[in-house]
Design a protein around this ligand. Structure first.
Ligand code: ADP
Ligand code: ASP
Ligand code: MG
Length: 404
């Protein structure tokens, strides 16, 4: 008998205490009782991961990455065991698995690993015995079996990767909001929930600060054609389907507004204008896994120009020696790092066919006296770098302008 495979993921708040874990178990039981094969990915309980980060921070400001991953992966081991216990208590056979038990193989990049392969044999074995399979999110291993985590929020990615590996056409992401909104509903009470949104838009939103999905999970959904259903773990109403553009009828001009904090802007002035000069800098940064976001290079004047770009604050330590050496060799010797910035963005596939979105965005910010320090665009998004303390006002203003 071939029954449907259901893949579900429950986030930290949804398994925040034992009462919530028991409720999650009841929901899973319903699917199991219908005869479906259920694979469940679980995050660590509540703020466990933050608390673990804090513990390490009390001991070292520069802990070995391998040991951080060893530490952070423990949160999920607690929640999978408790959920399996709760299911067994309800009479549902269930078995929990760590990333290493399922041989979730990653590229070995500690704290930001990319899943390369999942071995489904133990999952199938458990399914064949009628068991619910509970998988620790956010973790995998490298080829030497070291534990590797997938980046904060990475359980979403574990779930979508699992859905792809099991050939499921949908992955349910249960969380503490009803779906994907036009802005963070906790900050913008008038935000509206989408019934559907394209992978493209969701990928931009997730990368630009909408924390509701880990951006790599959206990438995987897009590549393996897995519909991602973001929905509430507190009720049964349907949430938001993240899916391909050709299946979506209504295309909004702007489908979301985001702000991304924790960013810093680097400026290197008086750089000699000659070929290869930017390539050299950005190659060195990428070799240290520093992700560069908005980049602006001024047009040259008298053979020199200014290069500015944004990086995540957490990467400053890795980037600083490279930037300082570069400024000494090619610039005026000083590299300026401004940690007081935020990137606000408007995203929408409708931008492809509507003109004037950028003009409206700049106007809306100008009316609030918000100065735009850098701009970057793609076919479906416009981002502006502004002062961090104006980010909240900026998101409110942009949401009012584009969505209401
Ligand atoms: P989980 O623990 O379930 O993974 P997260 O905290 O990672 O939950 O993600 C859910 C949170 O994402 C919500 O509580 C909400 O505040 C935030 N969020 C930010 N932007 C959006 C958005 N556009 N739509 C929905 N939620 C959003
Ligand atoms: N527990 C991890 C975190 O807090 C992974 C996740 O929740 O998705 O980042
Ligand atoms: Mg999350």
């Amino acid at each position: 008998m071939s029954s449907k495979i259901v893949v579900q993921k429950y986030g930290g708040t949804s398994v925040g205490d034992t009462t919530k874990i028991k409720n999650v178990a009841k929901r899973i039981k319903r699917y199991h009782d219908e005869g479906q094969k259920v694979a469940v990915v679980v995050s660590a309980m509540g703020h466990t991961t933050d608390e673990l980060v804090d513990l390490a921070d009390q001991i070292s400001k520069n802990p070995p990455k391998r040991e951080m991953d060893m530490l952070l992966s423990t949160g999920e081991q607690v929640s999978i065991a408790l959920l399996a216990i709760a299911l067994n208590e309800l009479g549902v056979p269930a078995q929990s698995f760590t990333g290493s038990q399922l041989k979730i193989l990653t590229d070995g990049n500690f704290s930001n690993g990319k899943i390369e392969m999942i071995d489904r044999s133990r999952i199938d074995e458990a399914f064949n015995k009628g068991k619910v399979v509970i998988v620790a999110g956010f973790q995998g291993i490298d080829k030497d079996e070291n534990i590797v985590t997938l980046g904060r929020g990475g359980s979403d990615t574990s779930a979508v990767a699992l859905a792809a590996a099991l050939g499921a056409d949908e992955c349910e992401i249960y969380t503490d909001v009803d779906g994907v909104y036009t802005a963070d509903p906790r900050k913008i009470p008038t935000a509206k929930m989408h019934k559907q949104i394209t992978y493209e838009e969701m990928l931009e939103l997730a990368s630009l600060g909408a924390g509701v999905l880990h951006s790599r999970s959206v990438e995987l959904g897009m590549n393996y054609n897995v519909v991602i259903h973001v929905r509430s773990s507190f009720h049964d109403k349907p949430g938001t389907l993240v899916m391909s553009e050709d299946k979506i009828m209504e295309k909004m001009k702007v489908s979301g507004v985001t702000a991304k904090g924790d960013q810093a802007r680097v400026t290197i002035a008086d750089v000699k204008d000659k070929p290869g000069i930017a390539a050299d800098l950005f190659t060195q940064l990428s070799n240290k896994d520093v992700i560069v976001d908005v980049i602006v290079q001024s047009s040259p004047r008298d053979g020199i120009n200014t290069i500015s770009f944004t990086i995540a604050k957490k990467d400053i330590t890795a980037a600083k020696p490279i930037i300082e050496a570069y400024a000494k060799e090619h610039g005026n010797g000083k590299a300026e790092i401004d940690e007081n910035i935020s990137i606000v963005s408007a995203v929408g596939v409708g931008m492809k066919s509507h003109v004037g979105v950028a003009a409206k965005m700049f106007q809306s910010l100008a009316e609030k006296n918000i100065n735009i320090e850098m701009i970057s665009t793609s076919e479906i998004k416009i981002s502006c770098v502004i002062k961090q303390n104006q980010a909240e006002d900026a998101v409110k203003a942009l949401h009012t302008t584009f969505i209401g």
